[in-house]
Design a protein around this ligand. Sequence first.
Ligand SMILES: O=C(O)CCC(=O)C(=O)O
Ligand SMILES: [Fe+2]
Length: 279
Amino acid sequence: MTLTAVDYRAPDAPAQFVESLRQTGFGVLKNHPIPEQLVERIYRDWQGFFDGENKTRYHFNRDTQDGFFPASVSEVAKGHSVKDLKEYFHYYPWGQCPAEHKADLADYYGQATTLAAELLGWVQQLGPDNVASGYAEPLPNMIEGSEKSLLRVLHYPPLNGDEAAGAIRAAAHEDINLLTILPAANARGLQVKGRDGQWLDVPCDFGTLIVNIGDMLQEASGGYFPSTTHRVVNPEGEAANQSRISLPLFLHPRPEVVLSERHTAHSYLMERLRELGVI
Ligand SMILES: O=C(O)CCC(=O)C(=O)O
Ligand SMILES: [Fe+2]
């Protein structure tokens, strides 16, 4: 399996991109419209947030899931027993956010959501008709006006050697949502599991955008688009002393959207959050 960056501006970009999603669950885009300077600024500003003490004032709200999740409550991936080595902030347009960071996050959230709707349009149009006819509504519609899409600012602190045995930055998992959009992080580490079981580094050149299928799109497409397992491995050598910041946007449908005969987006999310131990 290989992951090759698709040029967003190429005439056959939609076909290449959707084929990559089908084969690997992942698609990598270069020359996409999200401004690099905005992403760079968010990484820099949020490093300051995570390094500072103010973060404790934004402790997450258990009912609404917005705010700061310290490393001590960080997720335990499904099927794992140790916590991931990460802390993060959940931003929703309606949720809590430090005033000095709100403009950039809101800007990024808006631009990335618009791009996601376009990419979902590609998935809708270029997938087989029998898959598309199974969607309860067009894919871009599913996220339109959704208040559930979640921008996560993730900080993986430097490793200091006293981490729990077996703990890694993000244990192998699949994303719960419809589609995830993730600008290349400021350090390597993201890996995707191939059909052959081998782990493969996801290209992380600054300026590329990584997109992956989540469980909800796998569910809605009857398994045609795979929600692929991925993880973030610990750095070694010099890199172990450095933080890693990443910025996944998890696109969630409106709660009432029907995914399949078994599930609405809401029932599916509740089942998965319970498994994660965060509700
Ligand atoms: O930090 C990354 O590169 C990926 C994070 C991730 O997979 C997640 O938060 O679901
Ligand atoms: Fe993920």
